[in-house]
Write a protein that binds this ligand. Structure first.
Ligand code: ADP
Length: 493
């Protein structure tokens, strides 16, 4: 481990190893990589890097636990471990939030919200562990059939850097509640909070091998996990590009089950009759929350012509009022982007938007001279074929266009290969329901945005993904049905 410091907690011990079989170990090849603080661009520490050999060891540990101790653990006991883990998460909320802000750059206010949501999610699935049932099915008087939702086995899980510990919780909650074991690969940009969390996993009493956590790179550890012959399922959250690679790896190895939570370019639609102040707050939160680094970010904003000019003027003021700066300042709303690569990608899109003739209403530049900070940016007059209206930017960049009719905006809203989320702002209930039903998206928010909750299924239509996370729906992605038919009468043939 390394002794690190955060402004909130002072000194703390940061684990830096691979977490396999409830032990901290070095990688077989003793490789390490540096973790960067996105606010200062300085190195925080180095952590062990998993290679293919470490993936093999972690998978073997997870397999052993799945065939042995975890199978013998009752559903109620599995639930107890998760409930204990949720309690420990709350007990360590400040530390986990501080590590998240240090490593990811998110404001401490938002990081605390993330960790509270981690506890909520894990507790929710802890509650489900002993409430997962099969059915009985009568086909005729001579046969009795029952179904069993059985765990899939060893689940590989690959997560991104935008909500490091929350994505971790969304993945392990349903997987462990249903009796699977896990090998998790965290994102190379943000490995630290998950490593601190592993100490809590151990403290909660989970048996060795049930949850293994590897820091490492996508092309090495991620690829090894998704093509592994002894992994039964791969769950991935990240870009659509990598999602395709993972699905190919699953198909060409052992046809492991695949769930994907991918990118988006979500429409946020404001009608003439919306409460304009409220709508602006939600549009602002929709695009600038987590510095625009949300797969469901409301990045395409369509405003009806009657309020368009008024909306732009007021939204400009709102965006400029967002406090950008040090994530450890309690009043900060927006911290730095996560990495130099992300910073460069976003600035590239801003350049494209300018070159294609969209109007920069505010922002469009770097904020400050150190760290990966970008000003909240609004483009207006954005045309449907412009890159900034079509591609996921994953940064604090809103693209706004004007529309006149409901029919037109439904077409515009659905004019994307993605279908993760959408929102409608109106006071007319009929408009709200008609438009919500017509939009091809896995989530539609009415008069709000980003209201994600662990009880509500979340996932994508079209190229935004396969399967659903959260809610009862996620349980189906971590179980497979077995039908057992018992003949009560004699032989037929
Ligand atoms: P981003 O481009 O925003 O970093 P990615 O989709 O590349 O998003 O990354 C999300 C996660 O997928 C990370 O944990 C990353 O290491 C992993 N990853 C990247 N490439 C691959 C790959 N070829 N196979 C498996 N995992 C990968």
């Amino acid at each position: 481990s390394a002794e690190l410091k955060t402004p909130l907690t002072g000194a703390y011990q940061q684990p830096t190893g691979l977490f396999i079989d409830n032990e901290w170990v070095d990688g077989v090849d003793k490789k390490t990589f540096e973790v960067i603080n996105p606010s200062t661009e300085e190195v925080i520490c180095s952590v062990a890097e998993a290679t293919e050999k470490d993936v093999d060891i972690a998978v073997a540990s997870a397999r052993k636990a799945f065939e042995g101790v975890w199978r013998q653990t009752t559903p109620a006991q599995r639930g107890q471990y998760l409930l204990k883990l949720a309690d420990l998460t709350e007990k360590n909320l400040e530390l986990l939030a501080a590590v998240e802000s240090l490593d990811n750059g998110k404001s401490i206010m938002m990081a605390k919200g993330d960790i509270a949501a981690v506890a909520g999610c894990i507790r929710y699935y802890g509650g489900y562990a002993d409430k997962i049932h099969g059915k009985t099915i009568d086909t005729n008087t001579d046969t009795f059939t029952y179904t069993r939702p059985e765990p899939l086995g060893v689940c590989g899980q690959i997560i991104p850097w935008n909500f490091p510990l929350l994505m971790f919780a969304w993945k392990i909650g349903p997987a462990l509640a249903t009796g699977n074991t896990v090998v998790m690969k965290t994102a190379e940009q943000t490995p630290l909070s998950a490593l601190v969390f592993c100490n809590l996993v151990k403290e909660a009493g989970f048996p060795p091998g049930v949850l293994n956590v590897l820091s490492g790179f996508g092309k090495v550890a991620g690829a090894a996990l998704s093509s592994h012959m002894d992994v039964d399922k791969i769950a991935f959250t990240g870009s659509t590009l990598v999602g395709r690679t993972i699905m190919k790896a699953a198909a060409s190895s052992n046809l492991k089950k695949v769930t994907l939570e991918l990118g988006g370019k979500s429409p946020n639609i404001v009608f003439n009759d919306a409460d304009i102040e409220q709508a602006i707050s939600w549009v602002n939160f929709g695009i600038y929350f987590n510095h625009g680094q949300c797969c469901c970010a409301g990045s395409r904003v369509y405003v009806q012509e009657g309020i368009y000019d008024k909306f732009i003027e007021a939204f400009k003021k709102r965006a400029q009022a967002n406090a950008v700066g040090d994530p450890f300042n309690e009043s900060t709303f927006q911290g730095p982007q996560v990495s130099q690569l992300q910073y460069d990608r976003i600035m590239g899109y801003i350049k494209d938007g300018k070159a294609e003739g969209a109007t920069v209403e505010v922002g469009g530049e770097r904020h400050g001279d150190k760290g990966y900070f970008i000003q909240p940016t609004i483009f207006s007059n954005v045309k449907p074929d412009m890159k900034i209206m079509r591609e996921e930017i994953f940064g604090p960049v809103a693209a706004i266009a004007k529309f006149s009719t409901e029919e037109e905006v439904i077409k515009l809203g659905n004019d994307s290969n993605y279908g993760l989320a959408a929102a409608v702002h109106t006071k007319d209930l009929n408009t709200a329901v008609r438009v919500s039903n017509a939009l091809r998206a896995g989530t539609v928010w009415v008069n709000c945005y980003n209201m994600i909750h662990h009880q509500i299924p979340f996932g994508g239509f079209k190229e935004s993904g396969i399967g659903r996370e959260l809610g009862e729906a996620a349980l189906a992605n971590y179980t497979q049905n077995k039908s057992v038919s018992i003949r009560l009468g004699g032989a037929i043939f």
